[in-house]
Design a protein around this ligand. Structure first.
Ligand SMILES: [Zn+2]
Length: 69
């Protein structure tokens, strides 16, 4: 037989427990190259820079549109 709680917890105690359960806002930093808002310790999704150097070659939006047509 599974163990059962001997007594129910008060609403105050329940509230205290649930006070820490919430969504956290994502941390963000400003890209030193393009000044876009990016997630820290990741490659910039706008310019492809990481650690002050280009690590990804980014396609321009205009090129993508031309490719589609
Ligand atoms: Zn950038």
């Amino acid at each position: 037989m599974p163990q059962e709680p001997k007594k129910r917890h008060s609403r105050q105690r329940q509230g205290k427990r649930r006070a820490s359960i919430h969504l956290k806002t994502q941390k963000s930093v400003v890209c030193p190259n393009c000044a876009g808002i990016i997630i820290p310790h990741t490659v910039c999704k706008y310019c492809g820079y990481y650690d002050k150097r280009q690590v990804l070659t980014m396609k321009k939006k205009q090129e993508k549109e031309k490719m589609g047509k």
